[in-house]
Design a protein around this ligand. Structure first.
Ligand SMILES: [Zn+2]
Length: 272
């Protein structure tokens, strides 16, 4: 899955200066500065014009990645490409880096001033956090917990697949949604399943989780077994389609990084 792309991922904050080997992730909206040639490659600090201000983001497979804080940086031979294009082109660690770095970029863009006193926020030199010099408020990257669930009918050996009503993502997906205040992940699953499909589930089992920097969330995967009626009453505001698909007829994509695909494949192959 997505988090398995790097062999080794180290999120511990490393306050040392940027070095010549480190990659710099420079974003402009949902585009990142890179060179796509087979895979996707990011510039190093020596490639960038006017040496921009940077902050450490993370280490992956022994390479340090930094985030550019100085607006729209440029480098000869590199262009801003959509994250969608990078996601398609890169088969390696840079796919992981582009999306995880985007999470950090969004954090910086959305936290320039203190929400408590309005003072300017600056990056803490020792940890991954923005600090208000006026009131001492510490602001950490937001990670929103979201749940995803494979709804399974054991009697008929089938699973519920859905399509979103108004999103760019047009492939089949599983029921998913954000956890709300005061809810456990399990309660969020039961609520989302009822809201989106009208089904009642029992025997909820934890499956796996996955970080997803594009939406700044942590997806928590469950399997739920339907009880009572299997008739789907679809939420037409959220979904354009919600259907039972048998194990035999289920088709699984091959991008190889998403929790959705991993769960669908596990069902197809009889592992769940
Ligand atoms: Zn403040």
């Amino acid at each position: 899955m997505f988090q398995d792309i790097p062999n080794e991922f180290d999120i511990n904050f490393d306050g040392r200066e940027i070095d010549e080997k480190a990659y710099v992730l420079c974003y402009d909206g949902e585009k990142v500065l890179c060179r796509i040639d087979g895979g996707a490659e990011f510039p190093r600090i020596g490639n960038l014009k006017d040496r921009p201000e940077t902050v450490f983001a993370f280490s992956a497979d022994g390479i340090r990645y930094f985030l550019c804080l100085s607006g729209r940086a440029s480098a000869e031979g590199f262009e801003y490409k959509s994250l969608k294009a990078v996601r398609g082109a890169a088969q390696d660690i840079n796919k992981f880096a582009a999306i995880t770095g985007f999470h950090y970029y969004k954090f910086h863009g959305e936290n320039r001033f203190c929400g408590r006193c309005g003072g300017k926020l600056v990056h803490d030199p020792e940890k991954r956090c923005m600090l208000c010099g006026n009131c001492g408020n510490e602001v950490f990257p937001k990670i929103s917990p979201a749940v995803i669930v494979g709804i399974i009918d054991q009697e008929n050996d089938s699973i519920v697949l859905t399509k979103y009503a108004e999103r760019d993502y047009k492939k089949y997906a599983l029921v998913a949604g954000f956890a709300e205040m005061g809810e456990s992940a399990e309660d969020a699953v039961k609520r989302e399943v009822m809201e989106e499909t009208g089904l009642e589930i029992t025997e909820l089992k934890y499956y796996k989780s996955q970080p997803w920097g594009l939406a700044q969330n942590l997806l928590i995967g469950f399997l739920g077994y339907v009880k009572g009626s299997r008739r789907i009453i679809m939420d037409k505001n959220e979904l354009s389609e919600a259907v039972w698909v048998s194990r035999e007829k289920l088709q699984v994509g091959n991008e190889g990084v998403s929790l959705t695909e991993d769960m669908m494949r596990a069902f197809k192959e009889g592992r769940i």
